[in-house]
Design a protein around this ligand. Structure first.
Ligand code: AHM
Ligand code: MG
Length: 326
């Protein structure tokens, strides 16, 4: 059964973060402030998304992003807004983004954290009023504060994330995050401009009956993945695929399911990016009691070598991922 959430009434994200500060081993308040800055960026992007149909901000921008994909105007806007919020917040010394090839320096060399982010994922859904999301991953820098951050700060590996999460712009807007002490979810109240705790201690069901993949690619899937998808069909599982990773992941985490993005001939290393899509969601999946694998290793055990590297992804309910891995 899908868990229901009995909650204390009216706990805002800010208050919750303040209460939880003691969870952090280095509770100086900077990480708390950084999480609040991310929430602010989320509110700003949410506003832009909500207006997208009214003013002419949707549609192709004319430039391609670093992966050579058609970049939507709203991606660019989200990227700019997010970077600005983190620069102004002062807790982040460097950022990597799906939308920028190189490391972005904030000018705050004394800050302790770096952030890897996909400011607006699911870009093919922007124009058609379908759920999209922001994904973020936070590391404590390994280079000395006061110096310029380097690529090493981003190459620490998924198990070194100090926090990760996403903002889902769906039928309601939600912010979901972990600092390694369970997962909390907050729903945005537009009229008050506040995120309120709506999902305390999210746990994923151990198994489920939903599978999510782009079945148009089925003929190009590896044989083991095709067999697995066949078995899902035989068991009359529900096929649910939005094409927005955050939305597909969120639904499966709450209801119980598996998301698959295997390698294909088109994308032999998989499509999704390790640092700002797969690591943060894998951290959340493990915190929810689920699993995330590239077919060989747990995603969080992959050693990163490149800021924008890709990986296959199989993520969701523990039992389903383990059945796939065989
Ligand atoms: P994007 O970063 O260009 O938005 O691509 C990532 C998206 C994910 O949100 C989604 O799960 C996947 O790509 C869908 O890919 P496909 O259209 O190949 O099924
Ligand atoms: Mg993306």
């Amino acid at each position: 059964p899908v868990k229901t959430y009995a909650l204390p009434v009216g706990v805002t994200l800010d208050r919750y973060i303040m209460r939880k500060q003691s969870d952090f081993s280095f509770a100086t308040g900077e990480l708390s402030q950084l999480l609040r800055d991310i929430a602010l960026a989320g509110k700003i992007i949410n506003r832009e998304i909500n207006r997208a149909g009214l003013i002419d901000v949707t549609g192709a921008y004319g430039a391609n992003n670093v992966q050579g994909e058609c970049q939507q105007k709203l991606d660019v806007i989200a990227n700019i807004r997010f970077i600005r919020a983190l620069k102004n917040g002062g807790e982040v010394c460097a950022i990597i983004s799906e939308e920028d090839e190189e490391i972005i320096y904030t000018g705050n060399d004394h800050a302790k954290y770096v952030v890897a982010m996909d400011p607006l994922d699911g870009s093919s859904n922007i124009d058609v009023n379908v759920s999209i999301g922001t994904i973020f991953s936070i590391y404590r820098r390994v280079t000395p504060t006061g110096t310029r951050a380097t690529i090493d700060d981003f190459m620490q590996g998924g198990r070194k994330q100090v926090a990760a999460g996403y903002i889902l712009y769906g039928s309601s807007t939600m912010l979901v995050y972990t600092t390694g002490h369970g997962i909390s979810g907050f729903t945005y109240d537009h009229s008050l401009g506040e995120f309120f705790l709506s999902h305390a201690e999210i746990n994923s069901p151990v198994t489920g009956t939903i599978y999510s993949c782009n079945e148009g690619n089925y003929p190009m899937f590896p044989a083991a993945v095709r067999d697995y998808v066949d078995s899902c069909r035989q068991k009359n599982f529900m096929a649910r695929y939005i094409g927005s990773l955050v939305a597909d992941f969120h639904r499966n985490m709450i209801k119980g399911g598996i998301y698959l993005y295997p390698p294909t001939e088109k994308t032999p290393k998989g499509k999704l990016r390790l640092l700002y899509e797969c690591f943060p969601l894998a951290f959340l999946a493990e915190q929810a009691g689920g699993r995330a694998s590239d077919g060989f290793r747990d995603i969080l055990d992959i050693e990163p070598t490149n800021l924008h590297q890709r990986t296959p992804l199989y993520i969701g309910a523990r039992q389903l991922v383990e059945e796939l891995l065989g």
